[in-house]
Design a protein around this ligand. Sequence first.
Ligand code: GMT
Length: 381
Amino acid sequence: MKIGITCYPTYGGSGVVATELGKVLALKGHEVHFITYAIPSRLSHFIENIFYHEVEMYKYPLFEFPLYAIALTSKMVEVAESHNLDILHAHYAIPHATSAYLAREILKSECEYKKEIKVITTLHGTDITLIGLEPSFQPTLKFSIEQSDGVTAVSSFLKEKTLSAYKVKKNIEVIPNFIEIKKFKKEDKEKSAGCLLGFCSGNEKILMHISNFRPLKRVQDVIRIFNDVKKKIPSKLILVGDGPERSDCERLCRELNIFDCVKFMGKQDSLVELLSLADLFLIPSESESFGLSALEAMSCSVPVISSNVGGLPELNIHGETGYTAETGDIKVMAEYSVELLSDMPKLESFGANARKRALQFSEDVVIPLYENFYEKILGGK
Ligand code: GMT
């Protein structure tokens, strides 16, 4: 198949999922064309069958706001025509699904373009749960979803939310996030510890959180949970990533007098190395449609303490791979953390369960779901 993929290329789970999907599809022999405004960050090596097309923005003084959706549409039309694409796959609906719909209609109107290109939209999270609900986006988003030839959502929660909040009349297929289980596998701790020499001593437990530090990630809760845990268990906290809440989080650590026990790593590429150091992963988000970072941790055999919102309970099985609790319930999340960290056999068995659960989301399981879905939509079924 010849597939055009559009996503946000810089950071965020939807871009990671889209890029990793494209890479695996290319390795399986499909021709994949990324149509984005920058090279996706996970596309760092040459892979046969992958092509990149940059969406160029035309600047004109009259345009106070960049007209990205239009420029993207035109690039989609150009790439679809010159490479004879079968599918335009839009990851994160705003504005990608709208541009893909427009591109399909433009191609339909051009009589020399004989192929009927199909539009597939994958809903990832805040495109539905937050941004899409804004009155300035909602009608266009609903229309673009309904006009897609096929729609997937990354969890049952997100599917139900789309159907109920937007009254969308459309079948939505649930295809979850996936993980390269051979790569995301716990490394020998001594090897990976090198990067943090001097920060932790052998008897200390390591709690970890990875995110883009947006308010909905509730990183301040992570810090407060750690503050409670630290009073009972010798431990350190490692925070990976960067974003709008980071300065406030650093301020909170100083205020709680725990700044020396918390390492702010900023954005990092070596996630496996870091996750291999962790004893426990915290993700207390107030909204999370799947929780890719939790899956990455679980694949590295790290149990997860999460909130029970969105798709998180579909991934993190309470009492088996970790624990879930109400959003904002710092006390309970800290109690669960202490319970696990003070019971080595339990911690280890939860870690093994987490890895086992992650195997159910391996690329080998999930990528064929996308391929089958493409076939079904192309077949018009
Ligand atoms: O919705 C977002 O916040 C954006 C999106 C992204 O690009 O980071 O994240 C979502 O998509 C991921 C991949 O499908 C999911 O694993 C995340 O749970 C989801 N984020 C939220 O729902 C907050």
